[in-house]
Design a protein around this ligand. Sequence first.
Ligand code: NAP
Length: 248
Amino acid sequence: MKLLTNKVALITGGSRGIGAAIVQKFAEQGANIAFTYRSSADSANAVAEEAEKAGVTVKAYQSDASSFEASGELVKQVMADFGRIDVLINNAGITKDNLMLRMSEDQWDQVIEVNLKSVFNLTKHVMRPMLKQRAGSIINMSSVVGDFGNAGQANYAASKAGIFGFTKSIAKEVGSRNIRCNALAPGFIETDMTEELDDKTKAAFLASIPLKRLGRAEEIADACLFLASDLSTYVSGQTISVCGALNC
Ligand code: NAP
């Protein structure tokens, strides 16, 4: 028995990395999937084509998660195309690292808008359909950095820490309507985002991970599967760290 049969999932940032792994995992578990990307159309089409081999419907939408209007249009279109949204995964994210002395206002604003405002944008727009359905699971992609902080990532850490408070508040606000809201806090996962880091930073991270390896995008997708499925019907308002014990 597949864990997501008949469910519809909307996933932001599904064209690469963790989002693409979630799309593939959810398709294999029977979900029909709408996912977004910002600019990688070719990669998004390849992800959709591969996931559809599992026999489900997968559609890619070009949509900027940091735009309130575009997020509203997206949710309208997904509702028209799929009829319902059972699972929302706010996964889209970026880094614009810099030490505070050098960080520009634009670097701060972009990271907050793409990583944190997007979570408001999408959650706000799926709220009405989920309230009508009296069911839903919202999963917000935070980071262990939101908890620890990290030199050179004040903007990123602030955006990811904001997600923790948002997640708990939504869990309290709509729990009575059977809508759950949880966060995931990945550690250091092998994707394009971490590929950008220099070797010295990577080696320092690796040395501090008790499991002595980086995580794989599929391992984050496994945790998403748990939170999206009926395996977690009494789990809400929580953050699950998937970080090889980096945070303990
Ligand atoms: P990634 O490989 O850089 O992929 C980012 C994805 O987000 C892409 O699909 C990208 O679309 C999309 N995206 C970026 N800006 C967007 C926007 N404004 N609107 C819609 N989509 C947008 O990143 P990743 O490593 O998979 O990270 C995914 C999430 O996990 C992020 O929230 C990140 O902060 C979090 N995370 C990652 C790690 C890690 O170690 N990798 C650790 C902790 C948390 P395009 O392809 O079109 O650019």
